[in-house]
Design a protein around this ligand. Sequence first.
Ligand code: MN
Length: 376
Amino acid sequence: MMRQYELVERVQAYNPNADENLLNRAYVYAMQKHGTQKRASGDPYFAHPLEVAAILTDLKLDDATIAVALLHDTIEDTDATRAEIDQLFGSEIGEIVDGLTKIERLQLVTREEAQAENLRKLLLAISADIRVLLVKLADRLHNMRTLDFMPPEKQMRIAEETMDIYAPLAGRMGMQDMRSELENLAFKTLQPDHYKAITDRLSEMQAEFKETIDGITVELGKKLKHEGIDARVSSRVKSAWSIATKIDRKQIALEQLSDMIGFRIIVPTLSDCYRALGIVHTNWKVVPGRFKDYISVPKHNDYRSIHTTIVGLGRQRIELQIRTEEMHKIAEYGIAAHAAYKEGATGDLHKLADESQAKAWLSSASLCRSPVAPSL
Ligand code: MN
């Protein structure tokens, strides 16, 4: 379990002005309140809020959000009250913890009309302060990571809710890392055989094409360097869930799916993106119809990147994303990457444009279950 000073150090690493006293008090308070409570895994309960806080330090969120993460289950699961939290930590923190407590009690995936009402309540809690959603997503992520210890029926319910509500919501907030991990964990629980078939194939391919992948990475890096661009080139295997949906959409067999590996070029400036694109397109054959410029026309969730597909030496298709470091941060962390949630930003969190996206998504959220990819 992470020690008190380790958590404080993690926050101070990205925010030297963090309120150390606040973090220490929240740590001690939550630890004492949860006392000897245990999680289903047998771990001390306090390990959970602590892990949630750790996830949020990876997103470099402000000290109030980290304190909320530590406190998020105290009203729900201990004798702590809203009044006490307000008194000890201020009403701003009290209100967010209260919002999280209310969400905890909602059943979001039901076939009854109660679902519409519950989605409305979720929206209301998020509208009050978007940090409610950020802590909730981190809470859900940790619960999904430790889902194996739950009874099977509860596992299915939580996984469904994650797939139907929280993963799309993370996506709508531009938090691709979060979305992808939530989807894959839910996929694994809901369709274990399908999940295994895809992940097995992915690791097979990775081993099979290791040399090719390394070769392309080196070659791209060399060509860009030769033209004076200081680029970072990396490769990644696509997520199991994104492959499952692709197979479903294209109605093809897993064996036919060729582009399971994507490459990414990260460059210093915006104009470097277009220079890098020029270099790629003059050196390799382009697959027609695959070029997309999300820098010139960003996606709704602020995602910016150039996408293109080229033909490699062995005639294999290579998907490429080109972006700057800043675009990369926003692509992975979305709303959490925005400066408004960092220390020193204005406290005016209520008027952020991104919140309206959360509201738009929630108010349009379908009442029927979204389709799950069919088994292979
Ligand atoms: Mn929790």
